[in-house]
Design a protein. Sequence first.
Length: 593
Amino acid sequence: MNNIKNLKKIKNLSDLKILKVLFPFIKPYLHYLMLCVLFIFLITALDLLIPYLTKKAIDGFILSEVKGTTLLLGIKINSFFNLSLVFLGVILLIFIFDFFQSLFMEFTSQKIIYNLRKGLFFHMTHLPVSFYDKNSAGRLVSRAAGDIDNMNEMFSSILVFIFKDLVLMISIVVIMFFYDFKFAALVVSVIPCVIALVLFFSKISRKAFAVMREKIAGINHSFSENISGIKIIHTNNCFEYFYKKFQKLNYDNFRAGMTQIKIFGIFMPLIELFNIFSLTIILVYGASRINEEQITVGVLVAFISYMKMFFRPVRDLSEKFNLIQNALASAEKIAGILNEAKEKDSKDAKDFNEEIKEIEFKNVSFSYKKGEKVLNGISFKIKKGESLGIAGHTGAGKSSIINLITGFYEPDSGEILINGKNIKIYKKHEIRKKLALVMQDPVVFSGTLADNLMPENKNVNKNFLDNCLLNANCMFAFKNNNGALMKIREGGRPLSSGEKQLLCIARAFAVSPELIIFDEATSYIDSGSEKMVHDAMKKLMEKRTSIMIAHRLSTIKHANNIIVIKNSKITESGNHSELIRKKGDYYRLVLSG
């Protein structure tokens, strides 16, 4: 449902808004674009000269009673051979200018796309976490890869062709009026119909391509999801179910593509029909004007050439119609993401240069969706060096407390205080520098272990990183004496779930946090790895403030204080022994396992 709302939001972007969003990526290369425009003007001028030379050849040498000389732009040409040399020179210049124009345009296009992809990546990494809750990874990958590739075509050829074609078409109309006003007025009477046709089909085709891009994003998401869950598909033998699910997505994409093909199939023949109709007008009316000796044969041939030249860009536009609409649909999608607001601090947010001495939740309520409270009136306090355990069934709201402390979300009501002051007055990244987060799904990046421990600091001492690995019981790193230089592949291969979690604890050691947060850190690991993870956690927690969320209550039973969350509220609090004696919700959680 959220994806549909986002799609509607993106579709509402006008072309001017899209241009406004994309202009900063184009601006650094405007001087190259201006150079391309200069070449376009030169090429267009030379293109327009060819029918003029043909007219001069016919009227001045082929059909002229007095042969031997003709005026060409005020210069006397005394033979057909010399005129042919001029014609050849014009064609050669068109080739040279076209070569340099293409070279500069391709260079500019690649630079813009490079800038755009870099800017999109930077923008996406600075978007709030809530954005990723509403958008799947497959769709976002589709934006960053497929949609930007589509825009490459737009920058490298489409924009230039459109500009060149517009200049050419306007120039042709002006020249035809210069030759013969009445003749030109009759011929160009079909142009408003052509423009109306292009605008109409452009509008409906854009919608078709927007749907098509969304369907492709769905296919990418399906591929990503199925590859990630390939083990589940194999073990549950559910190939047929996922195949049928993908087949439907693929068929929806096929239908969207067929809609676009039908639009294109109607548009092209209509353009050709207008072309034939205009040429018929020229031949019929032109022949009568020649018989009345009001125009020469050269003028008629020039008119035919110019009209063919006029419809050539329209035909090119038709052939590039798919690319244009595809590129514009992709531009809408990318502009939609770039229009998303980055994560922001409050207006007067300041640096946080203190130690974390106390964290307090004061009657905090929070909901992801309006009217559906995840946390309701939560209050607790944790002081420096203390540990807090949070227990409760799945969906009780435990992880939401972490999302609020880290600033990924903000509470609906109540206050989160740090050292007695509202956390909002500080910059989010300043707070985050003081903490480390070890999650239930360990996130490991391809590269070396050092890249995972301190990616921002390439000059850090290897011995320091090796010590972090040893403190976190990452003995696997030293099997081949590589230590922090051990390489890992995509998805953390060849590390096991337990080894990945130990690596995440080593990452926390490397940043030496004041506050360490464990969010179900032992959920997905086997009992053999659990002991090593518990030992590493214990070392990491020494003299540090810590918050632990756990299904396995053995993880939190040594915490200074434990709170139990049920139905979005705190129902119990105390240490392990106190809560066991109460025989309440915590006691029942311990018994259930």
